[in-house]
Design a protein around this ligand. Structure first.
Ligand SMILES: C[S@@+](CC[C@H](N)C(=O)[O-])C[C@H]1O[C@@H](n2cnc3c(N)ncnc32)[C@H](O)[C@@H]1O
Length: 236
């Protein structure tokens, strides 16, 4: 992985991450220098459930789902998806891309397991401690493949699979515009199966139009608490 000066600055910023409590009692992380949170301050858990689980995962009717998440971060979306495999009796092969993995200390301070499913605390830890670039069977129904690279760099990602669901959870376009480009969305579109679902918390008109140009049919849906709208795309 090439370490550019810009990368170095970003890494420094990530080290300053602060844990904060959002309005539903669940944690999020705040990056002071970016003035950006990992989740909605109106409720991290509610946002993940609304945008990714309800509008994304539950909109896919397959029994075996190949999923791609952009931005593994706290692992909240992965944890909720794993729990969903048990309640729905489905299988998920969960690929996730992350350029700046969290430290073990930060992960162990997050309140997601105690808040959501204390009996699965070890599983939450395993999501973070499992090795990168290798498929790991976390449970018989949930396989995790973590990829550590910079998604905004060209030609770094060539999985031998087609994705049915995309969780697009990058930092906001005004904070990290390089993560919301036509080039990235075209690449993701080319990795999607027919009928694939792309879901994101972001509702910006410019993002909607870029997704449409990449090939997705995009709809605006009601957003989670504190946000009027979100976007969902489909490959038709
Ligand atoms: C809005 S946070 C959400 C993370 C996660 N989904 C969660 O629930 O905690 C965005 C994530 O994208 C990651 N990220 C930032 N730039 C990236 C890049 N160029 N390539 C891959 N991941 C990146 C950040 O480190 C962060 O974990």
């Amino acid at each position: 992985m090439r370490n550019t000066n810009k990368d170095f600055i970003f890494l420094l910023q990530m080290e300053e991450l602060k844990i904060e409590i959002t309005e539903d009692g669940s944690h999020t992380l705040y990056v002071p220098t970016l003035d950006e949170h990992y989740h909605s301050t109106h409720g991290a858990l509610q946002e993940s459930l609304h945008v990714y689980i309800e509008a994304g995962l539950r909109a896919c009717e397959k029994d075996q789902i190949h999923l791609l998440e952009v931005g593994f971060g706290t692992g909240l979306n992965a944890f909720l998806s794993l729990l969903e495999t048990e309640s729905r009796g489905i299988k998920i092969i969960y690929h996730t891309v992350e350029r700046y993995p969290l430290s073990r200390e930060k992960v162990s301070a997050l309140n997601y397991p105690s808040l959501i499913a204390p009996q699965h605390s070890d599983t939450f830890t395993l999501l973070h401690s499992s090795p990168w670039e290798t498929p790991i069977e976390i449970t018989s129904q949930f396989t995790l493949v973590k990829h550590c690279f910079d998604l905004s760099q060209p030609a770094q990602f060539d999985p031998q699979t087609e994705f049915d669901v995309i969780f697009y959870d990058a930092f906001a376009p005004d904070k990290q515009p390089k993560m919301w480009t036509l080039e990235i969305f075209e690449k993701i579109f080319s990795l999607c199966s027919c009928d694939a679902i792309f879901t994101t918390y972001c509702a910006k008109g410019e993002v909607r139009r870029t997704l449409q140009t990449a090939g997705f049919v995009v709809e605006r849906l009601p957003g989670p608490p504190g946000k009027r709208e979100m976007l969902r795309g489909r490959k038709e």
